[in-house]
Design a protein around this ligand. Structure first.
Ligand code: NAD
Length: 290
């Protein structure tokens, strides 16, 4: 397929490289990052867009997506697909989809989970919103870049699925870290706590698969001095997107709200910036109730 790829950062570069390796004709553009091997470099956004069957964007946020979309939609072929894999707010995803429709272009929002490791290995999970026909058209690209793609419904629903998942993840990670710090203070060994909870009703992905306690459970960023993994900064971004969506939809989300506040404190006023999101555990270890 003839693919344009805009945004060749930590995630975009390996995703574009995998598409090229699989035999797709890929041309990329980024304001700053150099293109990966196998991917032709365009001089500007328009060059990465013209005559392309699919244009993929992997950008930092919704404002940048909106401005890039405004540049590329007039250049894109009618019937082509704009496939945005960035994590952005639901409103931006829906606004871009409406503009695409007006321009005769099909839009799919398909944020990912799996991080840089998944992008490199081609094992991402895509959660997609947009017309069925557009989803079917880009499915072969999902199959190269990832291991699973779920069509979640209309435009914006991919972003909705992503932020609901990450709101659960943020809140369960916080409470898992709290529970380890409480167990310490009660004299309960961490390995016993893991043994019980990982096979009981308190189990979760945060505890069982990504345990925040070093030396306990499977290997995780806790065993590597909390180097990310999934950075606390990115968790904060996703929790804020969830709170923004909750505000627009008038949904009551007290646990998500508290998780967002805690990650904001951790990243912006404590030592959480650049650390894995499970580094909440050493944060709680140092604290009392006051
Ligand atoms: P990044 O900052 O490494 O890459 C973004 C790239 O976009 C940069 O190279 C930047 O130069 C480029 N860019 C910005 N404005 C541009 C423009 N107008 N035209 C062309 N290029 C432009 O970020 P990333 O880690 O690759 O993340 C990309 C998206 O994926 C984000 O929305 C992020 O939330 C999401 N995401 C990241 C991860 C992760 O682990 N890094 C995991 C899941 C989802």
């Amino acid at each position: 397929m003839k693919v344009g790829f805009i945004g060749l950062g930590n995630m975009g570069a390996p995703m574009a490289a995998n598409l090229a390796k699989a035999g797709h004709d890929v041309i990329g553009f980024d304001l700053a990052a150099p293109g990966p091997e196998g991917v032709a470099t365009a001089a500007n956004v328009a060059e990465a867009t013209r005559d392309r069957e699919v244009v993929i964007t992997m950008l930092p946020n919704g404002d940048i997506l909106r401005s890039v979309a405004a540049e590329i939609l007039p250049v894109m072929e009618k019937g082509a697909v704009l496939l945005d894999c960035s994590t952005v707010d639901v409103d931006s995803a829906r606004a871009v989809a409406a503009e695409a429709e007006a321009a005769g272009v099909m839009a799919v929002d398909a944020p990912v989970s799996g991080g840089v490791g998944g992008a490199t290995a081609g094992t991402l999970t895509f959660m997609a919103g947009g017309p069925e026909e557009a989803f079917a058209k880009v499915k072969p690209l999902f199959d190269v870049m990832g291991q699973k793609a779920v069509h979640c419904g209309d435009s914006g629903n991919g972003q909705a699925a992503k932020i609901c998942n990450n709101m659960i993840l943020g809140a369960t990670m916080v409470v898992t870290c709290e529970a380890f710090a409480l167990a310490d203070k009660l004299g309960l060994d961490r390995d016993r706590m893991f043994d019980v909870v990982s096979t009981s009703s308190g189990s979760s992905w945060s505890l069982n698969t990504y345990c925040p306690a070093p030396g306990i459970g499977p290997q995780s960023p806790a065993d590597n001095d909390y180097k990310p993994g999934f950075a606390a900064d990115l968790m904060l971004k996703d929790l804020r997107l969830a709170m923004q969506a909750a505000e627009t939809a008038d949904a009551d989300t007290p646990m998500g709200q508290r998780a967002a506040e805690l990650y904001a404190e951790f990243v912006e006023r404590e030592d959480g910036k650049g650390r894995d999101f499970s580094a909440m555990l050493p944060r709680f270890e140092k604290r009392g109730r006051g």
